[in-house]
Design a protein around this ligand. Sequence first.
Ligand code: CP3
Length: 361
Amino acid sequence: MQKEDSNFLKACRLESVNQIPVWFMRQAGRYDADYRAIRQKYTLVEICEHPEVCADVTRMPVQKLGVDAAILFSDIMIPIGAMGLPFEIRENVGPIIASPVRTREDVDRLTVFHPRTSLPHVLETIELLTSDLRVPLIGFTGAPFTLASYMIEGGPSREYARTKQMMYESPAVWGALMDKLAKMIVSYGQAQVQSGASALQLFDSWVGSLSPEDYATYVFPTMSYIFENLRSLKVPLIYFGVTTGELLSQFRSAGATVIGVDWRVPLPTARLRVGHDVALQGNLDPALLHAPWPVLENQIRRILDAGMEYPGYTFNLGHGVRPSVDVNVLRRVTEFVHEYSARHFQSSQVMSSSAKDGVIS
Ligand code: CP3
């Protein structure tokens, strides 16, 4: 089967599928013993610098879980290092930046790099993967607000106080930072697709901390620019953030073609907000992966019943897989989504052909 005909890419293009495609955000990671063993030998950044190892880590969830798409193993911070801002990923904390971006000079010092020269290993990994993966590969980048939040705060944050302070107090500096990140994201996204990625996901994990008005003023123009410039690549452009229920209509008008929904927004509500000409992806609460199976199954059914109402739906979590999840649960969820949705599509086909034959009037 050609990757173009895969259920994942069909769902992203709003075409009909014979079963609902599944992948999990953070599907490669610490819940998996083989990943932990590789991490004994390499840091996360070192994995990314070794294309063979990085490709193996990317393939693991496809082989073990039977998911319908692979996501490049990398981190949203990798291109930030290439912009000349050193970072460290601290276990159970997240990205740490020793010299955060606070002034116009700090922004001006960031370099707009050429992915081929500065991140050749990322593109080599993609090339390795696309030659032998049987499922589409999703490339990704962080989105400007979320990247800026790490760059300005110097690490993870709850309030994003300094980030918002720069936004409100120095809009010109904020604008210059958004512009630089947007240019980086466009060229990095283009390079990933040119190397073989079949879709791109933009992670704006923390943008839900903004009000809809502030999103419209301080972020929307940058996101529109990015989607406008990535559109000609003709691959699905997935846009995701946490607690972004009130921003979903703007996600759509910015130009995303697939909207990632977190678990706080029921899919029918998300549909009302984004309309029917974009695809949806989501939205199981990752905490449910620890629930007893009947509870979990019930919630998956509820999500699938809503998701399958319209073409253009991919099953995923509402945020990333946690390190404590049991790999067998992920496998069982994947199988259940496939089987349940395949039965649904088979019976609706029988219904419509019987109706045509006059069996059901
Ligand atoms: O399988 C995949 O999804 C691909 C790999 C991937 C990683 N990071 C690897 C990783 C992806 C898509 C990301 C994106 C990412 N990184 C986001 C957006 C998605 C989200 O979860 O909201 C964000 C905000 C980051 C920044 C970051 N990097 C965080 C918050 C952490 C976790 C820190 C911790 O220890 O809990 C990281 C580290 C990281 N990136 C890990 C992995 C597998 C875990 C640490 C490790 O293995 O060393």
